[in-house]
Design a protein around this ligand. Structure first.
Ligand code: NAD
Ligand code: TYD
Length: 369
């Protein structure tokens, strides 16, 4: 049975990818390597076929461990998600981003080179999952990011991802490693840790807490439903050209304030349709027939906040036939339903690693912009 190694497979996109791959490839096994940082959650992989999924608790910077896994399981494909992924945390403390995103990626590349080019030459693929944030920030009238847009990362997070992209590229050009890279826009959907905008405001709405909007809320992001991203990655692994970079986007640019208002409307409507939700979430304004957007609070802006991201996804569409399937309305509805239906998961997250972060958000929400 072919096995692939998925790093960061207990995080938001990794979990969705593992689920996608096991469903789409019934003959394959997946080995997940994850350090279970605050963002990783073993429970998010629960319920999957244990015969086809192996979980290894470990760090991508541990070259000996990675090397043992790749050799013992005869791994020929690595899909690399593991990262520190939150811009705000990178502003507060960049060191972990340098360690995991740059040093960690380099450790994986070294192992891949040794195993696949020197010791056991043969077909292989290293897919590197990256972000559109490496391209920097756009003005409202600028054309969307293309694969040949010059890199101009602004946050420590974006800079660390840019560095990792360059290392992946260099291992292809210098050593001939078979690599592909995808640079994707903002994802949303099930299992996202509630420090990121959509799950954060969703959980705050249900708890009747402020919805912190940085600055004036006019920053623009392109949003892609996570299942579409996973399909795109799978397509690149299968059919993408070695050494090539593919941008993946949702064709869905939204100002933060508009996105949050839309999300409030989805939750208000859900409460109107299902009166039993009021008893489960009594603090939510919608429980008393009110509106969630009454919780919107403008707070001090993020330092160096990128104005706009937009993706030109022409290459992956033309070359691999990829287009997102989910509309923003349908994706948001699925996301809201998932969080409402997984309150136990949310509670456990909120009881632990999420609390410190959310409290900081509440504190900043108390300080008007
Ligand atoms: P996440 O923060 O939810 O998950 C990251 C996972 O990596 C966690 O399970 C964590 O435990 C694990 N991890 C962290 N450090 C590790 C280490 N040293 N060794 C092993 N595991 C480690 O992140 P995500 O949102 O799922 O993002 C996954 C990847 O996709 C990242 O590389 C990110 O840069 C990229 N990306 C994310 C988005 C997005 O909107 N979330 C968009 C584009 C690209
Ligand atoms: P985020 O989800 O952190 O993703 P990224 O910074 O990688 O784009 O933020 C998405 C946008 O939402 C970004 O412009 C910052 C903004 N934002 C808020 O306005 N309030 C919040 O509480 C958070 C977490 C983000």
């Amino acid at each position: 049975m072919p096995e692939i190694l998925v790093t960061g497979g207990a995080g938001f996109i990794g979990v969705n990818f593992v689920r996608h791959w096991l469903t789409a490839r019934p003959g394959d096994r997946v080995v997940v390597l994850d350090a279970l940082t605050y963002a990783g959650n073993r429970e998010s992989l629960a319920g999957l076929d244990e015969d086809r999924l192996e979980f290894v608790h470990g760090d991508i910077r541990d070259g000996d461990l990675v090397s043992r896994l790749v050799r013992e399981r005869a791994i020929r494909t690595i899909v690399h998600f593991a990262a520190e992924s939150h811009v705000d945390r990178s502003i507060l403390g960049p060191d972990a981003f340098i360690e995991t995103n740059i040093v960690g990626t380099h450790e994986l590349l070294k192992v891949a080179r040794a195993c696949w080019l020197t010791d056991h030459p043969g077909p292989h693929r290293f897919h590197h999952v990256s972000t559109d944030e490496v391209y920097g920030s756009l003005e409202p009238s600028d054309p969307a990011f293309r694969e040949d847009t010059p890199y101009a990362p602004n946050s420590p997070y974006a800079a660390s991802k840019a560095a990792s992209d360059h290392l992946v590229r260099a291992y292809h050009h210098t050593y001939g490693l078979d690599v592909t890279t995808s640079n994707c826009s903002n994802n949303y959907g099930p299992f996202q840790f509630p420090e990121k905008l959509i799950p954060l405001v969703l959980m705050n709405m249900l708890a009747g807490k402020p919805l912190p909007i940085y600055g004036d809320g006019s920053n623009v992001r392109d949003w892609l439903y996570v299942e579409d991203h996973c399909r795109g990655i799978a397509l690149i692994i299968e059919k993408g050209e070695s050494g090539r970079v593919y941008n993946i986007g949702g064709l869905n640019e939204q100002r933060n304030i508009d996105l949050v208002r839309t999300l409030c409307g989805v939750v208000d409507a859900r409460f109107q349709r299902d009166p039993s939700l009021a008893a489960l979430h009594p603090a939510c304004p919608a429980a008393k027939g009110g509106r969630c957007d009454s919780l919107i609070t403008f707070v001090k802006d993020r330092p160096g906040h990128d104005r706009r991201y937009a993706i030109d996804a022409g290459r992956i569409e033309k070359e691999l036939g990829f287009r997102p399937r989910e509309s923003f309305q349908s994706g948001l509805a699925k996301t809201v339903d998932w969080y409402l239906g997984h309150q136990e998961w949310c509670r456990r997250i909120a009881d632990g690693r999420y609390r410190e972060w959310i409290e900081r958000q509440y504190a900043s929400a108390g300080r008007p912009a």
